[in-house]
Design a protein around this ligand. Structure first.
Ligand SMILES: Cc1cc2nc3c(=O)[nH]c(=O)nc-3n(C[C@H](O)[C@H](O)[C@H](O)COP(=O)(O)O)c2cc1C
Length: 363
């Protein structure tokens, strides 16, 4: 590594002491249409794309590229890469940097067996030498900000210190820690103490990720760990106001309390989003149901809405069900719960470690 290399200035407002937010990269979710919806409800400070798979002769996926070239907000977008082929990483990065990205992020956490068994994603955490070669190659070619999204280990916490040492050695500009091991997938409470360790060791901004379910939780995790920011995934699908709420909380302002009528509007916006990409009614309803799986965690304590939505097969029944549970009678004015109701679990859910072959966790 060129030790004299100047550290790339971080995009504003990546300042220490601020409570910053980013939307977690989520395959099949965080595409341009979803970014547009998020933008409408209160965008995060940073976006991350779904991962670009990098392999021999790979090309930049056009669908993912749109979330960079047509970014509806003024918020920077990091382009995430998944792969381990050094030559191809070196080939792809300059192509990406022809587009308006805030930086390049490497996926060091994907728990899908097909990925980790090939020593990519989360598999890099049990092959630290290979991870180092990739980080070294990235450091050579990335002109802008270089970011890593890691987990705290593969099946133990053992590689954590070595991984952090690499972050320091190669002057990584931004580190996001999903505070679980690869084996833990999405189960259980994250080990935020590792975020704290990283913050104490490193100069670069560190974002905490994993089960940040509300503005209050974001604040608590930031206080406990000293992290610069939080990355939020599933709770942003459930509650699209979450980034706005985090900002309100950090400024000491009252937090926006959505009603079920607001949620009904969100369903319409999600439907518009789906129309942009899915023509067939049945497929669109199925896609919407995956999003509402998460939304339903905050609608009623018994998961009645979630169960009713799961049974819908066509658009008419789907919207009738939404009206019935969200706006009819005295429902419209009822509050949408900020935290998910305990025991109301999205299914198929990440808590079961339902990890797909191609993706991370199927919605
Ligand atoms: C449907 C889905 C797809 C995901 N895809 C990616 C991905 O492409 N790249 C990545 O680094 N993480 C991916 N993740 C992991 C999330 O970025 C995040 O680390 C994880 O969901 C924990 O955060 P949360 O508890 O706020 O959801 C995915 C998660 C989900 C639920």
């Amino acid at each position: 590594m060129d030790k004299t290399r100047q550290k790339v200035p971080l995009p504003k407002p990546m300042l220490k002491g601020a409570m910053l937010t980013s939307l977690a990269p989520m395959q099949d979710v965080t595409d341009l249409p979803f970014m547009k919806v998020m933008h409408r409800y209160g965008a995060p400070d940073y976006f991350f794309t779904e991962y670009f798979r990098v392999y021999p002769n790979s090309r930049l996926d056009r669908h993912i590229l749109r979330s960079i070239t047509e970014n509806p907000s003024d918020r920077p977008v990091y382009a995430q890469l998944l792969g381990n082929s050094l030559d191809d990483i070196k080939r792809i990065v300059p192509q990406l940097e022809n587009h308006p990205i805030a930086g390049v992020d490497l996926n060091v956490g994907c728990p899908a067996p097909k990925i980790y068994k090939n020593a990519a994603g989360g598999g890099l955490l049990r092959d630290i030498d290979r991870l180092e070669r990739i980080v070294e190659a990235l450091r050579e070619v990335v002109q802008g900000s270089l970011s890593l999204k890691i987990r705290v280990g593969f099946d133990s916490f053992e590689p954590f210190e070595e991984t952090i040492a690499l972050v320091e050695k190669y002057s990584i500009d931004l580190l996001t820690i999903h505070a679980r091991t690869v084996r833990e997938a999405y189960r259980g409470e994250p080990h935020y103490e590792f975020v704290k360790k990283a913050v104490e060791t490193l100069d670069c901004p560190v974002f905490a990720n994993g089960n940040i379910t509300s503005a209050a939780k974001a604040n608590r995790v930031i206080k406990d760990t000293g992290a610069t920011g939080v990355m939020i995934g599933r709770s942003a699908i459930r509650n699209p106001w979450i980034f706005r709420q985090v900002r309100e909380f950090s400024h000491g302002n009252p937090i926006f309390q959505p009603t079920l009528a607001d949620v009904r509007q969100y369903v319409d916006d999600l439907n518009e989003m789906c129309k942009e990409k899915i023509e067939r009614e049945r497929s669109r309803v199925n896609h919407l149901k995956k999003f509402l799986n998460f939304v339903g965690q905050s609608v009623d304590p018994d998961g009645r809405f979630m169960k009713a939505v799961r049974r819908c097969q066509d658009e008419e029944t789907f919207f009738k069900t939404c009206d019935e549970h969200l706006i009819e009678g005295d429902k419209a004015k009822q509050p949408f719960r900020i935290e998910p109701y305990a025991g109301v679990v999205a299914r198929p859910n990440c808590e079961d470690g339902h990890v797909t072959e191609v993706g991370e966790c199927k919605l």
